[in-house]
Design a protein around this ligand. Structure first.
Ligand code: FES
Ligand SMILES: [Fe+2]
Length: 425
């Protein structure tokens, strides 16, 4: 269990809160590139770390992420006109560029200098992996954009979706730390390999995996070992990467071994988060039949199966098909497990066991990072140099190993080889 004040520390994301300050040390996903697909297209609303913002792509293709409410008298810039390299408020025509400069105040006298005295809140943006990343911290502390291997892939090698989660970001992230739930929540009874899922037979073979959490410079490396038979262990190595990402060796879409999955749990505010699901192929494009979420997420990024409709649970199918009776998509299962805890779960009420040791380890790591920020230090994984941006050790492995092999040593040996992100399953 977690004392209430630590629960607050880990869930409150406003700028003046310690976690809010930690989050503002990193580039985080703000929206999908496809939401603003072309120059001068309509702007979109973005709520991020409790801040109401508007994103737009200007005439030259540059992206702006501005505070939603006009600096003049507060009308929402979401309704603005995106024209000639700027976003113009519809109330009195103030016009902003992507960096928050006020370009025009046409209702003022021609000799007015008011526009030069106002600077609107604007956050820098970079596009990579089909995502617009933004940094909400102080400008003079802007770090490098992290260089994960999938950040450099062509767009067609990536399949990226996002969906609103009606709960704190931490509930989503903790789901990434907990390998034991694979043996239950995602279990199916038909023997079919679920789309996007790993191998259910291996998950079922041992429902009480041995877990290890190893602190790394980027967050936590997590090992789970399932005893498959007398000679074989099923090893899964995943990573929690600061500030809010889980790197998961799903075995890839449809079991294809080439690539892994990233789940980012970006806080919208204290009680909502945006889960980005990022799939990639290193050497080829994603095929149409490898896309798995289109039917599950509406145009407003709300899941069609959601808390309000009990995830369309079918009790008969729960008996016959799978553990949840909520279809085959893991996103839905995970969402039910985490959203049904309530908007912010009161962790002083929980009863943790051995199967939660990596959850505990991640909380400890996050609390230490928060305390570092409170003490004026830089937290882990803020990337300032090219050397720090060599991230090949963020390992993601799922494989069978001989029972006598030490799993930690196995991972170390694997990482010495060139195939750092190998998924062997
Ligand atoms: S409120 Fe935006 S220009 Fe007046
Ligand atoms: Fe899951």
């Amino acid at each position: 269990m977690l004392p209430r004040e630590e629960n607050d520390l880990l869930t409150q994301v406003a700028a003046e809160k310690p976690l809010g300050q930690l989050m503002r040390h990193y580039w985080i996903p703000a929206l999908l590139s496809d939401e603003i697909p072309e120059p001068d297209c309509p702007p979109v609303r973005v709520r991020l770390l409790g801040e109401d913002l508007v994103a737009f792509r200007d005439t030259k293709g540059c992206i702006g992420l501005l505070a939603e409410h006009c600096a003049h008298r507060g009308t929402s810039l979401f309704f603005g006109r995106n024209e000639e390299c700027g976003l113009r408020c519809i109330y009195h025509g103030w016009k902003y560029d992507t960096e928050g400069r006020v370009l025009e105040t046409p209702a003022e006298p021609a000799d007015s200098t008011l526009k030069d005295k106002v600077r609107h809140t604007a956050y820098p943006c970079k596009e990579a992996a089909g995502i617009v990343w933004s940094y909400l911290g102080p400008k003079d502390k802007t770090p490098l954009v992290p260089n994960y291997e999938w950040m450099r892939l062509p767009r067609e090698n990536l399949y990226v979706t996002k969906s609103i989660q009606e709960c704190s970001w931490l509930q989503g992230l903790e789901g990434e730390c907990d390998s034991s739930h694979l043996s239950f929540l995602h279990k199916n009874f038909t023997g079919e390999r679920a789309r996007g899922g790993g191998d259910g037979v291996l998950y079922a073979a041992d429902s009480a995996p041995r877990l290890e959490g190893i602190e790394m410079d980027y967050g936590l490396r997590m090992l789970s070992c399932r005893r498959i038979d007398a000679k074989t262990v099923y090893l899964r190595v995943s990573s929690i990467v600061l500030p809010c990402h889980g790197f998961i060796p799903t075995g890839g879409l449809k079991g294809n071994p080439e690539g892994y999955t990233i789940h980012s749990h970006v806080p919208i505010d204290d009680t909502h988060s945006m889960r980005y699901n990022i799939h990639f192929r290193r050497t080829r494009s994603i095929e149409d039949d490898e896309r798995q979420h289109e039917d599950e997420i509406g145009a407003d990024f709300r899941k069609l199966r959601n808390l309000a409709n009990n995830y369309l649970q079918d009790r008969e199918r729960q008996n016959r098909e799978n553990f949840t009776g909520m279809g085959a998509i893991f996103l839905v299962h995970d969402s039910c497990a985490t959203e049904s805890m309530g908007p912010i779960y009161d962790r002083s009420q929980e009863h943790l066991g051995v199967s939660d040791m990596t959850v505990i380890a991640v909380r400890r790591f996050l609390l230490r990072a928060i305390r570092a920020v409170q003490n004026g230090q830089e937290p882990p994984h803020v990337i300032r140099t090219d050397a720090q941006n060599d991230l090949r050790h963020v390992a993601c492995i799922a494989t069978k190993i001989p029972a006598e092999v030490d799993p930690q040593r196995y991972v170390t040996e694997q990482l010495k080889k060139e195939k750092y992100w190998e998924t062997n399953l």
